[in-house]
Design a protein around this ligand. Structure first.
Ligand code: ADP
Length: 489
């Protein structure tokens, strides 16, 4: 099966969050199962051509592509995804992508991704490669299903090409003014209140993707149910409910070549479930780095996150007085909204030796915190899948999470499982979105940490979980087959 995967992020080239990790690993798993996979992303200025071995495709040459009435000169560069034969196609248009950042608030943000959507289709044409399925990821790719069925439907090459729209986060919808219709050359008849591309007086890329894709998927089963409800649907729940039989949930896998304490290239001390001694040494190393006094009997709590409301920081703020009274130490790595960055700066200032923070983006430190911390906290308001808690499980770092989306699908509460007579709990979780509920769960984890045997059991339960891509990639193939049938039927 020929599969095109389109995204605004892909590890190791461009990443702000989990989307980048997924697009850097799912294609490899699909390839292993015999698929012919090509990835498409923009060629951002910061992508190091030499380091990643990008080559200019002379056969394709110049692709003139019109956005906002202006024809841009677009070019194609290609590379191979590390440890695979997956071809990555970089859509090159300096006017839009030489901005230093993946996402901007610039006035032409819509144009940047209109160009991506058109660029992918035009590239397939020039490569004479007709994908069976185009998997579109998040709003940045939302116009592709419409383009395939409308603007480019003159091209017989795509007659059998199905589209799957995968929602990684419904909170980001790509909504723009009505002039986007002209910029993107969308048939104006599709824009009317409640129409297929209109949402609350704006042109919505995400809604367009949902309406025109043959099938829709999201990144955990629980989230696929949640987004059908007003509480989680961010306004698009009625649209999704109308397509309920076509909405699927497939849990993200993780790349254990990148995230495995036995082989992690960023860790000074490797360790495994059979011998956790290296974990303690990593903790010591990490704490020295942050000038926190090391005490093996006091748990170190880690947090790595984009600092945005979605991640539950308002309930963290609510509970902070109680949390700081616990006999534990904290390290936070994150960047995002100024108010949270400032809050955590101040917390480190007021609680030296207890709370440390690194405001910014640092992949190496993310690995080190996963390895060195004892507990990992993720109190998200909503969480489509979440990867950090899955990494934490692998690293023997017990997660404390809110029971939502992928967090609920991956973390089993130790006490709750015990209550029902099972001993396979791998973390701690709470349902109520409140500071109190968060505090009580962290408190349970901190208290349980003192019981070394129980703690070891919880750690091992997590370390033995398998969230590799193998199973999820098979489910994607099933989904792609269904989409193809739907398209031809
Ligand atoms: P989301 O995609 O919503 O940000 P996920 O848990 O799915 O959340 O994925 C987050 C990914 O981004 C993880 O790989 C995590 O390690 C990484 N990450 C988040 N913030 C930072 C940061 N400040 N520095 C380094 N890595 C980060």
């Amino acid at each position: 099966m020929k599969i095109a995967i389109v995204s605004s992020e892909c590890v190791p080239y461009a990443k702000t969050g989990g989307l980048g990790d997924v697009i850097g690993s799912l294609p490899k798993a699909l390839e292993k199962l015999g698929c012919d996979v090509k990835v498409f992303i923009p060629k951002y200025l910061f992508i190091d051509e030499l380091k990643h071995g990008l080559r200019y495709n002379w056969n394709v040459g110049e692709m003139p592509i019109r956005v906002n009435g202006i024809v841009r000169s677009v070019h194609l560069h290609q590379a191979t995804l590390p440890n695979s034969n997956v071809q990555v196609n970089f859509i090159d248009c300096p006017h839009y992508y030489n901005r230093g950042r993946i996402y901007t608030n610039d006035w032409d943000e819509d144009e940047r991704f209109i160009l991506l959507c058109k660029g992918v289709i035009e590239t397939c044409q020039r490569l004479a490669w007709a994908p069976d399925v185009i998997q579109c990821n998040d709003w940045q790719t939302g116009l592709i299903p419409l383009y395939i069925k409308d603007n480019y439907n003159w091209d017989r090459m795509f007659d059998k090409t199905a589209t799957v729209f995968t929602i990684h986060n419904i909170g980001y919808q790509g909504r723009f003014g009505k002039d986007t219709l002209y910029k993107a050359e969308i048939n104006p008849n599709l824009y009317y209140p409640g129409g297929p591309v209109e949402f609350e007086d704006s042109v919505s890329f995400m809604k367009t993707g949902i309406v025109f894709a043959d099938l829709i998927s999201t990144v955990s089963v629980k989230y696929s149910h949640e987004i059908l409800k007003p509480e989680y649907g961010a306004g698009l729940d009625p649209i999704l409910r109308a397509r309920k039989p076509d909405v699927y949930g497939i849990l993200n896998g993780v790349d254990y070549q990148e995230w495995n304490p036995e082989t992690d290239k960023f860790l000074p001390y490797k360790y495994s479930a059979d011998d956790l001694s290296g974990k303690k040494l990593n903790k010591k190393f990490l704490m020295e780095h942050f000038r926190l006094p090391f005490d093996e009997n006091r748990p170190l709590i880690g947090m790595i996150s984009r600092l945005v409301p979605q991640k539950g920081f308002d309930i963290f703020v609510e509970a902070v007085d109680d949390l700081m009274k616990l006999d534990a130490q904290w390290i936070l790595l994150g960047s995002g909204e100024y108010k949270y960055e400032e809050f955590f700066h101040k917390l480190s200032y007021y609680f030296p030796g207890k709370f440390a923070s690194y405001i910014g983006y640092n992949n190496e430190l993310a690995h080190l915190i996963e390895a060195g911390a004892d507990i990992f906290v993720m109190p998200s308001r909503y969480e489509p899948c979440g990867l950090n808690q899955i990494y934490s499980l692998k690293y023997g770092t017990v997660p404390v999470v809110r029971k939502t989306g992928g967090l609920a699908d991956t973390v089993k509460d130790w006490d709750e499982e015990n209550y029902y007579g099972f001993d396979h709990g791998n973390g701690f979780s709470f349902y109520d979105y409140s500071g109190y509920a968060l505090f009580k769960s962290v408190e349970r984890a901190v208290n349980t940490f003192a019981h070394k045997d129980v703690w070891r059991k919880i750690q091992l339960n997590g370390m033995n979980c398998d969230f590799s891509w193998d199973r999820s990639a098979e489910k994607y193939i099933e989904l792609f087959k269904l989409a193809k049938e739907k398209r031809s039927g």
